[in-house]
Design a binder for this molecule. Structure first.
Ligand SMILES: Cc1cc2nc3c(=O)[nH]c(=O)nc-3n(C[C@H](O)[C@H](O)[C@H](O)COP(=O)(O)OP(=O)(O)OC[C@H]3O[C@@H](n4cnc5c(N)ncnc54)[C@H](O)[C@@H]3O)c2cc1C
Length: 318
């Protein structure tokens, strides 16, 4: 498809967030020749997160510091990190090929770990204030806004569940539902309505995220009557269309769910033998860095086993 062969490896991991970098750590330590292709430290979910307090062993670090620390550990065992964007694959043969903005990689196994930051439609101000009051994860960040007025934007079950969690910290929570009838389960919406510090604003559309240049200070919204107004909040948790799994570069080469998430079996292997997937690409119910890292470890162990011809796990619990 593209330019000349750039490099051959036992295992190519695409995405160097907590999932991919941990996979690299395990695979490199098992003496595999590992290449990690990543387009940028701060373009992943963890890499762009300002402060993280729940990653074991690394209290109160930035997300980028955590990712860098895992990458350094992986590199110390020989993993080769390449800054490039994966733009296509050919999984039809053996070896498989990963095409990137810096050349082609031939490999015997692949781990897909490109996360889920592919939100299609962003509003003005969103990119500027993400990590500075704007978040896509109340479970992760709501505790930073204790005693403050915050907003949740969305209408799904996930948005309502996250709002109920965020309301335990907030002085007041504004729930902005773009539709008059949120899509979430009726029972959940009732729970939201009966929370004493929650105001459910039905039919409000998010137009822009506003701030003072340093931090988010509010949301510009259109009320159902058509008036535009700015709601002052210290933080906003946005659940509009969700964050899409970053799978465009894989084309139709592995099986996806209707929502675009990568399908895997219990070994984290995709519909293509020797191609594994981990982290937010799988759209798990809980998105946490430590879980992504754990999946990375698991996939690397599975890939190593397959590459060395040990098909069956030998676990002796006795
Ligand atoms: C705002 C926010 C705050 C969060 N806070 C916390 C928290 O406090 N604690 C917690 O445990 N979790 C938190 N999370 C969740 C956590 O960050 C994710 O669950 C986790 O990062 C998923 O890991 P991942 O490796 O699958 O994806 P990511 O961390 O998104 O990493 C994906 C990597 O793939 C790379 N990539 C993407 N596309 C390509 C491509 N085509 N070619 C090459 N590279 C590519 C990106 O550059 C990135 O480095 C937060 C998430 C968000 C959005």
């Amino acid at each position: 498809m593209l330019g000349p062969l750039f490099r051959q490896a036992d295992l190519v991991i695409v995405g160097g967030g907590p999932a991919g970098a941990t996979a690299a750590l395990y695979a490199a330590r098992a003496d595999l020749d590992v290449v990690v292709v990543d387009k940028g430290l701060t373009s992943g979910a963890l890499g762009m997160t300002g402060r993280v307090e729940n990653y074991p062993g690394l209290p109160a670090a930035t997300g980028a510091e955590i990712v860098e620390s895992i990458r350094r550990q992986a590199a110390s065992f020989g993993a080769d990190f390449v800054q490039a964007q994966a733009i296509g694959v050919d999984f039809s043969g053996d070896p498989k090929t990963v095409y990137t903005s810096r050349g082609d990689y031939r490999t015997r196994a692949v781990i897909l770990a490109t996360g889920a930051m592919g939100r299609a439609r962003r509003v003005p101000g969103e990119d500027e204030y993400v990590g500075r009051g704007l978040s896509y994860c109340a479970t992760c960040d709501a505790a930073f806004f204790r005693g403050q007025r915050v907003a949740v934007v969305g209408g799904s079950d996930e948005a309502v569940e996250e709002a109920l969690f965020a309301a335990t910290f907030a002085s007041e929570l504004l729930f902005l539902a773009p539709e008059r009838e949120p899509k979430a389960a009726v029972g959940l919406v009732r729970q939201l309505e009966s929370a004493p510090n929650v105001r459910l604003l039905r039919g409000y559309r998010l137009l822009a995220v506003v701030g003072d240049g340093r931090r988010l200070t509010g949301l510009r919204v259109r009320a159902p009557e058509g008036d535009e107004t700015v709601l002052e909040v210290s933080a906003a948790f946005v659940y509009l269309q969700g964050n899409r799994p970053e799978t465009g570069w894989v084309g139709g080469s592995v099986r996806l769910t209707p929502a675009g998430c990568v399908e895997v079996d219990e070994h984290l292997e995709t519909s293509v033998e020797g191609v594994f997937a981990v982290g937010d690409l799988l759209c798990g119910e809980v998105k946490q860095a430590v879980l992504a890292a754990a999946q990375g470890a698991r996939a690397a162990i599975e890939a190593e086993r397959r590459l060395r011809g040990r098909a069956v796990a030998r676990v002796d619990w006795k």
